[in-house]
Write a protein that binds this ligand. Structure first.
Ligand SMILES: C[S@@+](CC[C@H](N)C(=O)[O-])C[C@H]1O[C@@H](n2cnc3c(N)ncnc32)[C@H](O)[C@@H]1O
Length: 284
C-alpha cells in the first residue's frame, strides 16, 4: 500500500525546497541547507523552478481560455504565489482539485485563502499519490468537485520525475488518460538528462537522494514517450524557460524578469534541463 510521506523534520523536503526556489517562506533550515548545496553546482535552479511554475500557470490559462473549467493538479506543491488556485480562480465557474502526498503541502493548501476571496465548494486538496491514479479518480472529494464526464485539464508539472521506473511513469500517464473525457488536456514537465551537464545531474540527484524523495532525470526521448500517440499543442516539447507563456499572465516582477532573461538567446543554457508540453484536447 502507498502511504503518505512521513514528516521528518531532519530531512530536506522536495516541496519545501521548491517553495524556496520560488521565493516562498514555507521552508525550514534543513531545506535551505540542501538548496544552498544544490546551488553550488546548479545556481540556475530558482530560475528553472520559476519557469516551470510559469509553464504550469500558462497551461491553466490556456485551458481556461479554451473553455475548460475543471483542473486536476497532481503533485500540486505548496501554494507559493503565483499559484494554480489564483490563476484558475480568475475564471468564473472554475473547479480545482489539488493532489499531493506530502502532509505539509496538504495542510498549507487547505489553509490557503479561498479562491476569489470567498469561501466556496469548488476547490479541494486531497491526499493522493500519482502512482495510484485509480485511487485519485475514485476519491469521493474529487468526485464531489469534478464532473468526469466533462473535460478536465490535468497538470503533471514537475512530479513524474519523483516516480521511479519501477512504478512505470508511462503506464501512469496512460491510466490517467483512460479516465479523461474527450476534450481534456494534459500538461507535463519533467527533469531531462539529455543536454544537461552530467556533473550537475549527479550532484542534484545526490542532494535529492538525501531528501524525502528521489529525483529521476530521464532522457528526452523517454520523457516524450510519456505522451506518445497524443497530439501536442503548439509548440510541442520545449525547455520550460522557453515556454511561450502568454504576456497576459499576471506574474510578480521577480518571475517576469527571470522569464524575460531566460529568453535571452545569449544567456548560457542552465546546467540541468526541464522540458514541458501541453497536449491538444485528447479524444478520450
Ligand atoms: C516540485 S513540486 C511541483 C509543484 C507544482 N506542480 C509546480 O510544478 O509548480 C513537486 C510536488 O510533487 C509532490 N509529489 C512527489 N511525489 C509525489 C507522488 N508520488 N504523488 C503525489 N505527489 C507527489 C511533492 O510533494 C511536491 O509537492
Amino acid at each position: 500500500m502507498l502511504l503518505m510521506n512521513e514528516l521528518d523534520p531532519l530531512k530536506a523536503n522536495a516541496a519545501r525546497m521548491y517553495d524556496l526556489f520560488l521565493g516562498g517562506k514555507d521552508n525550514y533550515v534543513v531545506d535551505r541547507d540542501a538548496v544552498a548545496a544544490l546551488m553550488e553546482v546548479f545556481p540556475e535552479a530558482p530560475q528553472l523552478a520559476r519557469a516551470n511554475r510559469v509553464f504550469a500557470l500558462d497551461a491553466i490559462q490556456r485551458a481556461a481560455r479554451s473553455g475548460i473549467r475543471q483542473f486536476l493538479d497532481i503533485g500540486a506543491g505548496l501554494p507559493t504565489s503565483p499559484n494554480v488556485f489564483e490563476v484558475a480562480g480568475q475564471y468564473p465557474g472554475t473547479r480545482v482539485v489539488g493532489v499531493d502526498n506530502d502532509p505539509v503541502v496538504l495542510s498549507h493548501c487547505r489553509a490557503r485563502p479561498p479562491m476569489g476571496g470567498v469561501v466556496d465548494q469548488s476547490i479541494v486538496v486531497i491526499d493522493g499519490d500519482v502512482r495510484c491514479p485509480e485511487a485519485i479518480f475514485a476519491d469521493w472529494q474529487l468526485r464531489d468537485v469534478l464532473d468526469l464526464e466533462q473535460p478536465v485539464a490535468v497538470l503533471l508539472a514537475a512530479v513524474l520525475h519523483f516516480v521511479g521506473d519501477i512504478d512505470d511513469p508511462a503506464a501512469i500517464v496512460t491510466r490517467i488518460r483512460q479516465r479523461l473525457a474527450p476534450g481534456s488536456v494534459i500538461a507535463l514537465s519533467h527533469a531531462c538528462s539529455t543536454g544537461s551537464d552530467p556533473t550537475a545531474v549527479d550532484h542534484i540527484t545526490k542532494i535529492y537522494s538525501d531528501s524525502d524523495v528521489r529525483l529521476h532525470f530521464r532522457p528526452e526521448d523517454q520523457i516524450r514517450s510519456l505522451l506518445s500517440g497524443v497530439d501536442l499543442a503548439h509548440p510541442g516539447w520545449t525547455d520550460v524557460q522557453h515556454w511561450p507563456a502568454s504576456p497576459t499572465l499576471d506574474l510578480p516582477e521577480t518571475f517576469g524578469e527571470l522569464v524575460r532573461a531566460d529568453n535571452d538567446p545569449y544567456r548560457a543554457p542552465p546546467k540541468a534541463r526541464m522540458v514541458a508540453t501541453v497536449t491538444a484536447p485528447v479524444p478520450g
